[in-house]
Design a binder for this molecule. Structure first.
Ligand code: 3MF
Ligand code: MG
Length: 344
């Protein structure tokens, strides 16, 4: 498969049982090992990890166990020709994080979050990746008056500073999202994610991961969110997927809802040589209707769509495009893009 210099990743959570808030699993669980086998088969190069994807039952393990298990996993990944792209702390399931982790009003919860983050960094270090992704799931409010939004930013900076000090080599990429699970999240956009990095002790080690669906949920264009990150040289990873309107986070296959919007993301990534900067992550879910034997197609289809769109981006008639832009004939530019996308 011609991959145009790109490397691809997904997380083990992207192969899942199809449970939703209204109904149970519809596909059998697959073991982590069984999921790992899918990576190469589907054309992927790297694995995204939550800390406890790498080391299950993390809260009940000591430092030696955590490092030992992570090192063993790294060896297995290497044997399979895979690597870890990033590790993210899962700070949204423990009873102590019900009302937030780093921004909880409860100092005990904040202490738990700090400790858990240290363990997560130990895992990243042992897996051989310097990239940490912070999807700040519960850092926000259901009830606006329950937390002070300015203090929350200070608490987030404090938490990021603590991680940056804990390991001098790690980089933190904030993954913004405007809502879900919280009603209102503190870092909803790329702008917020980048800005907070500049308040930390090591701005050069703070960056951004843009997820298409999260940008759409914020009412923004994912390609422009990516462009903003690229301009700051802060776009360290992406979670490509798609989203049908302002609903729950859908994680649809990349390009499956709005092909042109997907093309625009590929165009900006490719024009700015993202293949030299980072790994293309896909954060996609199989439809609940999908039968178990064919519940990997959302991954291979998303990867294929990305590559098809790279081909479309590179074969775009840039001269014709430029003439349209110079003439300010954007209707003609519109036709040119649509015709090219439709292979006309
Ligand atoms: C939530 C997400 C998550 C994060 C992942 C990494 C399931 O909306 O997108 O994916 O990307 O947890 O932190
Ligand atoms: Mg994501």
């Amino acid at each position: 498969m011609e991959k145009f210099g790109y490397r691809f990743s997904f997380g083990p959570w992207n192969i899942h049982e199809g449970a939703d808030p209204f109904g149970p699993a519809v596909r059998p669980s697959r073991s982590f090992d069984n999921k790992l086998d899918a990576y190469k088969r589907l054309g992927f190069d790297a694995v995204q990890f939550h800390d406890d994807d790498a080391v299950p039952d993390l809260d009940n393990k000591n430092h030696a166990q955590i490092v030992g298990e992570s090192r063993a996993l790294r060896t297995r990944l290497e044997e399979m020709g895979l690597r870890a792209e990033f590790v993210a702390p899962r700070l949204w399931e423990h009873p102590l994080t019900i009302d937030g982790a780093y921004t909880s009003n409860d100092p005990q919860a904040r202490a738990y979050a700090r400790e858990r983050s240290h363990k997560m960094i130990d895992i990243a270090d042992a897996l051989g990746t310097d990239l940490i992704v912070l999807w700040l799931a519960r850092e926000g409010t259901y009830l606006r008056e329950s937390k002070d939004a300015a203090r929350a930013v200070d608490l987030l900076v404090e938490a990021m500073d603590d991680m940056l000090a804990y390991h001098p080599g790690i980089r933190l990429a904030v993954e913004p999202k405007p809502n879900e699970p919280m009603d209102i999240a503190y870092l909803p956009t790329a702008g917020h994610a980048i800005a907070i990095g500049f308040k930390t002790r090591a701005p050069e080690r703070c960056g951004l991961l843009v997820e298409s669906a999260h940008a759409i949920l914020a009412g923004l264009d994912p390609a422009d969110e990516m462009g903003f990150g690229l301009a700051y040289d802060k776009l360290w990873s992406v979670h490509l997927n798609d989203q049908n309107g302002l609903k729950y986070d859908q994680d649809r296959a990349f390009g499956s809802i709005n092909l042109r919007r997907a093309f625009d993301q590929v165009l900006i990534l490719d024009d700015h040589r993202f293949y030299e900067r980072g790994v293309v992550g896909l954060d996609v879910k199989a439809l609940r209707t999908q039968k178990a034997e064919v519940a990997e197609k959302h991954l291979s289809n998303s990867l294929q769509t990305f590559l098809w769109l790279v081909e479309r981006a590179r074969s775009l008639d840039r001269k014709a495009m430029q003439s349209c832009i110079e003439a300010r004939d954007y209707e003609e530019l519109d036709r040119l893009i649509l015709a090219h996308l439709m292979g006309r």
